[in-house]
Design a protein around this ligand. Structure first.
Ligand code: GDP
Length: 197
């Protein structure tokens, strides 16, 4: 897919105020600092579309972008930032859960995980939540350039093996790097193919 246009539409803390257009929507979510903003900017080929936050956990809103006038890209807040208070975390969970439960346009959620790390409980819990609510999701492994390829392959294999302890089959998954643009075509072509279904 060629990116012809990518525009910021609006930010919300409540899904009921999100854009009403009935066009396919894809949401990006993951732990703070996983590389979500960098990935969105890389996919869209824009330097500063999504704000790479110096302070993790700062962007606590549902951000809608319209791409090619055809689909929404949604940048969701990062989860699991230790310095956010318990009360804030509960509010956060509530509005994110609501987003996933209420948003009819949502076609697929991309759950971002750092390709250097073993599966984290918070990510597995989140994937379970998506599964329980019948929300299709794909996994995006980020920062692939940070490991030498032999280590990277081993790490991804071990991650997938652990996923299979929780899931009967592997979710669709992509290996990406925002620095080298690895995985860009694959993620965009996947969105394109789902849009055309
Ligand atoms: P977010 O909090 O999930 O939006 O994460 P950011 O996109 O702000 O990235 C967090 C940090 O990881 C920043 O210092 C980025 O420069 C760095 N980073 C993100 N993606 C990559 C990548 O693919 N490769 C490398 N080497 N660094 C990355």
């Amino acid at each position: 897919m060629k990116i012809k246009s990518a525009e910021f539409v609006m930010s919300n803390s409540n899904v009921t105020n999100a854009p009403k257009d009935h066009i396919p929507e894809y949401a990006f979510i993951g732990r703070s600092n996983v590389g979500k903003s960098s990935l969105i900017n890389m996919l869209m080929d824009r330097k500063k579309l999504a704000k790479t936050s110096g302070t993790p956990g700062k962007t606590q809103l549902i951000n809608h972008f319209k791409v090619n006038d055809e689909w929404f890209l949604v940048d969701l807040p990062g989860y699991g930032y230790a310095k956010v208070s318990k009360k804030k975390r509960t509010i956060f969970q509530y509005f994110i859960e609501n987003y996933f439960k209420e948003r009819e346009q949502l076609v697929c959620a991309f759950v971002l995980v750092d390709s250097r790390h073993d599966p984290q409980k918070i990510d597995l819990d989140f994937m379970r939540f998506l599964g329980e609510n019948q929300i299709p999701f794909a996994i995006i492994f980020t920062k692939a350039d940070k490991l030498p390829s032999s280590k990277l392959n081993k790490q991804i294999l071990s991650y997938k093996r652990k996923l299979l302890e929780h899931w009967e089959s592997l979710p669709v998954n992509f290996l990406t790097s925002s620095s080298s643009k690895l995985g860009r075509d694959e993620v965009l072509d996947f969105i394109d193919s789902v849009n055309k279904d």
